[in-house]
Design a protein around this ligand. Structure first.
Ligand code: SF4
Length: 241
């Protein structure tokens, strides 16, 4: 498909593919199902496809690059990342040969501090995520037909029914979740077997990584995502709502 395809065409394609791949769950091994979803995505959308990066590991990028060498990879540069995350981003570009599409908010951190008060993340993290992640993401996705995300069903009750392929009405493009069905153990095994790049912060005790001010080490035995926005009711950035 190309960016000139209508939203109706894309939506129809997404829903048909979603049904087709849902029917294959349980029939194919988890990696083979992912491979087939991504092969279809690469063939169908070509340059209209972008892969979202995850701050923990490069599993999704490795899989996306195998399906489409040189694929675009989205990196939301909020201005608040750990140095280790920025280093992982650079290493990912080198190792997997992908094109990093770095997306930045309209305002720098300093400009935001001047306009809305210092450290907005500490007073209104919802607004901070909106300005530094949600809006830049929406602007960028408008240039694509389909995006690939690393959302997995086991991550949260709100993600338990995530389909492999769907229509993202919020952003107006196809949303592909090719590892939605993977367990934590399957992720770990894939990382081990394929020597996938992992953010060094994972080994330092951060299983879920976001912006530095909003990421803490979870207590031993606690939910891995409990270190995100600790002290606030917030559990999601608002990118997948
Ligand atoms: S995760 Fe924290 S610092 Fe990053 S955009 Fe959201 S509120 Fe701001």
């Amino acid at each position: 498909m190309t960016s000139t395809d209508t939203q109706d065409d894309l939506r129809t394609e997404a829903l048909a593919a979603g049904e087709r791949f849902a029917a294959l769950e349980g029939e194919l091994g988890h990696e083979e199902l992912t491979r087939q979803v991504l092969a279809w995505a690469a063939e169908t959308f070509g340059d209209g496809l972008i892969v979202a990066s995850n701050m923990q590991d490069a599993v999704l990028v490795a899989l996306g690059a195998a399906a489409r060498p040189g694929v675009d990879v989205l990196f939301l540069e909020t201005g608040y990342h750990f140095a280790e995350t920025l280093g992982t981003r650079d290493a990912v570009a080198q190792v997997y040969g992908v094109r990093i599409v770095q997306v930045e908010p309209e305002q720098s951190v300093a400009e935001q501090d001047d306009l809305l008060g210092k450290d907005l993340f500490a007073t209104d993290p919802g607004r901070c995520c909106e300005l530094r992640k949600v809006v830049p993401l929406k602007t960028t996705l408008a240039n694509y037909d389909a995006w690939v995300t690393g959302v997995r069903r086991v991550e949260a009750p709100t993600r338990a029914t995530t389909p492999l392929v769907t229509w993202d009405s919020r952003h107006g493009l196809v949303k592909i979740n090719p590892i939605a069905h993977w367990s934590d153990e399957q992720m770990d095994a894939y990382i081990r077997e394929h020597a996938v790049l992992v953010n060094p912060l994972v080994d330092a005790g951060y299983p879920s990584i976001g912006c530095a001010p909003c990421t803490a080490r979870p207590a031993p035995g606690a939910d891995p995502r409990s270190g995100r926005w600790a002290g606030f009711a917030k559990t999601e950035c608002g990118l997948h709502g």
